[in-house]
Design a protein around this ligand. Structure first.
Ligand code: TYM
Length: 331
């Protein structure tokens, strides 16, 4: 039986440095370490529309994200890359998952609570039931591992609960998945407000580095990142969230430990550190951008997405047949 590692990203804007370090770069690393697993990665466009997206922009974002997945260096040999809405079983199982999810479970989700706090009116019911669809995305393929940033952990916990609940009600059906969170980079913070997660949906973009930002913009954003007045470089997330966040970015890209970075910048100030960090980030992202140009609009990308849709559908169709039979729906 094929063993799957599965993950998805929403095409709600250009992916950020947070998406890169917390997810994309980690996928590449895991792919090298877990060669006997097949990687099922997708563009979560059904999740994106839980909040209104301009149709033209959404199309563009889907295309960008598809090319960025590959530009990060994934090995296409054991990769199935697809667009979520093209495999209709996701929504079908999503509905079934909704029917075993309790209201109280969804009300407890911090991502939903945050959004509700920011926006009192006009929250879609799909935004509320979103975690049930995410559970379906994972369980449909019996994925064993799900690499995500730490903001998705609560959704993963719910997915595990739903898998167990279904298995108890209807008999052993789903693999209970396990999250894989990278040690570093699983929570990159906003450069202007390091108590907030770096996110593509923030209106103020100064604190968020996007993977398609030109080098000059990246340098500027890092230069103006908020730090503190102590001007000493050491890791202390509580008291020095700004510099600690920059150290996390530094460490995730170079693989140097916090201690090594502290030693390296023992006698230096924030200015020197930021200048070096900017170059490190620019170099890393420039590589991705160069690859992006090759993949974007390429025939290969179209073909990979087509094959991905066919292959994912094949697994999804056969799993749905079994699920429906177990539940007793259909004639
Ligand atoms: P999304 O699109 O918000 O984020 C995609 C991935 O990037 C990670 N991430 C971060 N990591 C570190 N620092 C940050 N600042 C940061 N921001 C985002 C996220 O943790 C995630 O791994 N619901 C998911 C998409 C999804 C999914 C799935 C994921 C739908 N179905 C099934 C896994 C399995 C989401 O909104 O991710």
């Amino acid at each position: 039986m094929i063993k799957f590692v599965l993950s998805g990203i929403k095409p709600t804007g250009i992916p950020t440095l947070g998406n890169y370090l917390g997810a994309l770069k980690n996928f590449v690393k895991l792919q090298n370490e877990m060669q006997d697993y097949e990687f099922l990665l997708f563009i979560a466009d059904m999740h994106a529309i839980t909040v209104y997206q301009d149709p033209k922009e959404l199309k563009q974002n889907i295309k960008n994200l598809a090319a960025l997945y590959l530009a990060c260096g994934l090995n296409t040999d054991n990769l199935t890359l697809f667009v979520q809405s093209e495999v209709k079983e996701h929504v079908e199982l999503g509905y079934i998952m909704q029917s075993i999810t309790y209201m109280g479970e969804l009300e407890r989700m911090t991502q939903y609570k945050d959004k509700k706090q920011k926006q009192a009116h006009g929250i879609s019911s799909a935004l509320f039931t979103y975690p049930s669809l995410m559970a379906a995305d994972i369980l449909l393929y019996d994925a064993k591992y799900v690499p995500v940033g730490d903001d998705q952990m609560q959704h993963l916990e719910l997915t595990r609960d739903l898998a167990n609940r279904f298995n108890n009600r209807y008999g052993e059906t789903f693999t209970v998945p396990e999250p894989l969170v990278s040690k570093k980079g699983s929570r990159i913070m906003d450069l202007q407000d390091p108590t907030k997660k770096m996110a593509k949906s923030e209106e103020e973009n100064k604190g968020c580095i996007f993977l398609l930002d030109p080098p000059s913009v990246i340098r500027k954003k890092i230069k103006s990142a908020v730090t503190d007045s102590e001007a000493k470089i050491y890791y202390d997330k509580e008291n020095k969230p700004g510099i600690s966040n920059l150290m996390t970015i530094y460490s995730s890209i170079t693989d140097l430990s916090y201690e090594e970075i502290e030693n390296k910048y023992k006698d230096k100030g924030y200015g020197d550190f930021k200048k070096d960090l900017a170059e490190i980030v620019v170099e890393e992202i420039s590589k991705v951008q160069k690859e992006f140009e090759k993949w974007y609009d390429s025939k290969e990308l179209k073909q990979i997405l087509y094959e991905g849709k066919c292959r994912a559908s094949m697994f999804a169709r056969s799993k749905m047949k079994k699920i429906k039979k177990l539940i007793g729906i259909g004639y």
